[in-house]
Design a protein around this ligand. Structure first.
Ligand code: NAP
Ligand code: G4F
Length: 327
C-alpha cells in the first residue's frame, strides 16, 4: 500500500485529491492546523478514512514529525494562504506560509524521507502581467500580488531542491480551478452562491469588483488527477495545467444567472471595495506539455462546472431555509 501526505487537505483541492488517492488504495495522511472550531473543512465526510496529523507550514518541527509518522511515498503540498486579495492585507503571513513554508516541507522531506516524491502547488498567478499569450512552462513570470511573489519563491525552491539534492520534486502550474467546494470568497463561488440566494429570495444584489478580468477556469476534480499523474512519471518535471479557454467575470455572471432564468444586469453592483491594488487582467494557459507527456486533458466544461456549482448552492441554501437557518 502506498502512503501519501497531503498538506492543505481541508481545502478545496485537498478533498478531491484525498478522494482520488483513497480510491487508488493509498493510505492517506493529512496535515491539519489546530483551530478553535476543530474543523475538518472539505474532508469532514472522509474523517474516518484519513489519518490526521497536527502541523503548520510555518513550524518546521511539526512538519518533520508529520513526515516521520507518515513515511510517505508521495507528498502533496497544497497548503497556502490562497486568497489573492488577502495577501495585500497579510503579506508577511502569506510569505511565511506560501514561500518559506515550502522550504520547511522540503527540508522535512530531505531530512526524513528523501526518496518521497513531492508535488508543489504552483499557480498561474505567477504569470501575472502576462509576457506571452498563451502562457506555458517557459513563459517568464511577472507576479502582481504578494501571494504571487510568494508562490514564485515556492516554485523556484522546489526546482532548486530537485537540482541540489536530486529530490523527485514537481511543480504544477495550475490555472484557476473551481467546484462546489470552492471557498465562498473566490469569484466563481461568490457568484453561484449569490445566484442561489437571489433565486430563493434571500437577497437581491451581489457586489462585485472588476468584471473585465479574464480567467482560464477548469474543474478542480480534473486538476487533482494531473497532480497525481505528475508523481507517477519516470522523472520529475514542471507542467502547466489549464483548459486553453479564457472568459471574463462578466461571462461567468451571464452563465450563472441565465441558468436560473435571471439577468445579471438586474442584480450586480460594481463596488470599488473589490478591486485589487494590482490586477491580473488575463490568464490563458497552454497545457500541451501535460497533454503530450501525462496524457492529461480536462473533462468538465466551464458551463457544466458553473451549472454544477449553482445546483449545489441551490440545494444547500434551500436546506438552510428549510432548517430555519436563513432569515
Ligand atoms: P484552499 O481551499 O484555500 O485550501 C488551503 C488549505 O491550506 C486549507 O486546508 C488550509 O487549512 C491550509 N493552510 C493554510 N495555511 C496553512 C498553514 N499555515 N499550515 C497548514 N495548512 C495551512 O486552496 P485550494 O483552492 O484547495 O488550493 C490548493 C493549493 O493550490 C494552494 O496552495 C493554492 O495556492 C494552489 N492553487 C490553487 C488554485 C485554484 O484555482 N484553486 C490554482 C493554482 C494554485 P485551514 O482549513 O486550516 O484554513
Ligand atoms: O476568484 P478569484 O479571487 O481568483 P484569483 O485571484 O484568480 O486567484 C485564484 O486562482 C489562482 C490561480 O490563477 C490561485 F493561485 C489562487 O490561489 C486563487 O485560487 O478572482 C478572479 C478574478 C480576479 O481578477 C478578481 O479581480 O475575479 C475578479 N473579481 C471581480 N469581482 C473578483 C470579484 N474576485 C473576487 N474574489 N471577488 C469579487 O467580487
Amino acid at each position: 500500500m502506498k502512503s501519501a501526505l497531503i498538506t492543505g487537505i481541508t481545502g478545496q483541492d485537498g478533498s478531491y485529491l484525498a478522494e482520488l488517492l483513497l480510491s487508488k488504495g493509498y493510505k492517506v495522511y493529512g496535515i491539519r492546523r489546530r483551530s478553535s472550531d476543530n474543523h475538518y473543512g472539505t474532508v469532514a465526510h472522509l474523517k474516518d478514512k484519513i489519518e490526521f496529523i497536527y502541523a503548520d507550514m510555518t513550524d518546521l518541527p511539526s512538519l518533520i514529525k508529520a513526515v516521520e509518522i507518515a513515511q510517505p511515498d508521495e507528498v502533496y503540498n497544497l497548503a497556502a494562504q490562497s486568497f489573492v486579495q488577502t495577501s495585500w492585507e497579510q503579506p508577511i503571513l502569506t510569505a511565511d506560509i506560501d514561500a518559506l513554508g515550502v522550504t520547511n516541507i522540503l527540508e522535512a522531506i530531505r531530512m526524513v524521507k528523501p526518496d518521497a516524491r513531492y508535488y508543489q502547488a504552483s499557480t498561474s498567478e505567477m504569470f501575472g502581467k502576462v509576457q506571452e499569450m498563451p502562457q506555458r512552462e517557459t513563459t517568464p513570470f511577472y507576479p502582481r500580488s504578494p501571494y504571487a511573489v510568494a508562490k514564485v519563491y515556492g516554485h523556484w525552491i522546489t526546482i532548486n531542491y530537485r537540482e541540489s539534492y536530486d529530490l523527485f520534486a514537481c511543480s504544477g502550474i495550475l490555472f484557476n480551478h473551481e467546484s462546489p467546494r470552492r471557498g465562498l470568497e473566490f469569484v466563481t463561488r461568490k457568484v453561484t452562491d449569490g445566484v442561489a440566494r437571489i433565486k430563493l429570495g434571500l437577497m437581491d444584489e451581489i457586489r462585485m469588483g472588476n468584471l473585465d478580468s479574464k480567467r482560464d477556469w477548469g474543474f478542480a476534480g480534473d486538476y487533482v488527477y494531473a497532480m497525481w499523474l505528475m508523481l507517477q512519471q519516470d522523472a520529475p518535471d514542471d507542467y502547466v495545467i489549464a483548459t486553453g479557454e479564457t472568459r471574463t467575470v462578466r461571462e461567468l455572471l451571464e452563465t450563472a444567472f441565465s441558468y436560473v432564468d435571471l439577468d445579471y444586469k438586474d442584480h450586480v453592483v460594481v463596488d470599488p471595495k473589490f478591486f485589487r491594488p494590482a490586477e491580473v487582467k488575463i490568464l490563458l494557459g497552454d497545457a500541451t506539455k501535460a497533454k503530450e507527456k501525462l496524457g492529461w486533458k480536462p473533462k468538465v466544461s466551464f458551463e457544466q462546472m458553473i451549472h454544477m456549482m449553482v445546483d449545489e448552492d441551490l440545494k444547500r441554501v434551500q436546506a438552510e431555509i428549510d432548517g430555519g437557518l436563513s432569515k
